[in-house]
Design a protein around this ligand. Structure first.
Ligand SMILES: C[S@@+](CC[C@H](N)C(=O)[O-])C[C@H]1O[C@@H](n2cnc3c(N)ncnc32)[C@H](O)[C@@H]1O
Length: 279
């Protein structure tokens, strides 16, 4: 079953407001928000022109705005775009947004070559497009200027299993074996309203990225130490210094090659090479 844009858009249209709340709903979710934001803080500077593709309801659009970026927001879901606009107004970051565009990451033709200093594609558009991920990656590269940055995150196979293990083990073993063999979380038809995406191994993600021959500046999991601790983290979250200590440990640990497969997402930062100045 090939990638179906309409089915992805429908899924996120129906997902609605939860896309705004989900990264604040628990300490584990907040760790993911923090690690993803850490890379935005490292590579996005004030005044940068940034494309936020698959921006959803705007959690990372808001972070980009706080960094002083000028942002083009793009998403395949009209409902998520409307939520992004509403949140930008409610939380006072609308003046950082230059446009809200309905677009598929596989076809960014409405944006010019090299138009952006940084392109952010967080939270899985490269996972949602299944077999078209190479095409999508080419489009993301095309719109990044020479010397500019590409910040990506995709869904992780082993990290998702790690976080959801009891649910995985309650699922049919043949189905689990198929998902593990292919990385594809797919169900019967494109009208199935369940979450469908490609789950990457860290090695597979690295292979995909090395194909474009850009400098890979960072590879990280979205979380690892805290992934399965749930309720015990509530008291840590309530203690500012312990919480800061955990976040710092997470940023450090998630970079370790041995931890890459441990979080629900894999994060990468790449830099487009500048042309050689010969003569
Ligand atoms: C899980 S949400 C992530 C939102 C936000 N970027 C984040 O990381 O929290 C995925 C978003 O990507 C959008 N999306 C999925 N496939 C896409 C595609 N092919 N092109 C553009 N956006 C897509 C969805 O509509 C949804 O808003």
């Amino acid at each position: 079953m090939p990638y179906d844009r309409a089915s992805v858009a429908r899924y996120f249209d129906e997902f609605g407001e939860r896309e705004w709340t989900r990264l604040k709903e628990s300490p584990v979710a907040e760790v993911k928000l923090h690690v993803h934001s850490y890379y935005l803080q490292q590579y996005v500077t004030a005044g940068a022109r940034v494309l936020d593709v698959g921006a959803g309801a705007g959690r990372f659009t808001q972070v980009l705005a706080s960094l002083g970026a000028s942002i083009s927001v793009a998403d395949v879901s009209p409902v998520q775009l409307a939520l992004n606009k509403a949140n930008a107004t409610t939380y006072n970051f609308a003046e950082s947004i230059s446009e809200w565009a309905e677009a598929d990451v596989c076809d960014l033709s409405q944006f010019a070559d090299g138009a952006f200093d940084a392109v952010v594609c967080y939270g899985g558009p490269l996972s949602y497009v299944f077999e078209r991920r190479g095409e999508a990656l080419s489009e993301l590269c095309r719109v990044t200027r020479p010397g500019g940055y590409l910040l990506l995150s995709v869904m992780s196979l082993w990290g998702s299993i790690h976080e959801k293990l009891p649910g995985v083990l309650a699922t049919d073993a043949t189905e689990n074996a198929r998902i593990i063999a292919t990385g594809d979380l797919r169900f019967g038809t494109t009208h199935d309203t369940r979450h469908q995406c490609h789950l990457f191994r860290a090695s597979e993600f690295s292979t995909l990225l090395s194909g474009i021959q850009w400098d890979i500046l960072a590879l990280s999991a979205s979380n690892c130490l805290s992934s399965v601790w749930g309720a015990p983290l509530d008291s840590i979250r309530a203690d500012a210094s312990r919480w800061a200590e955990l976040l710092a440990m997470e940023v450090e640990a998630t970079k370790q090659p041995g931890c890459l497969d441990a979080g629900t997402h894999l994060i990468a930062v790449l830099q487009r090479p500048r042309p050689l100045n010969v003569g």
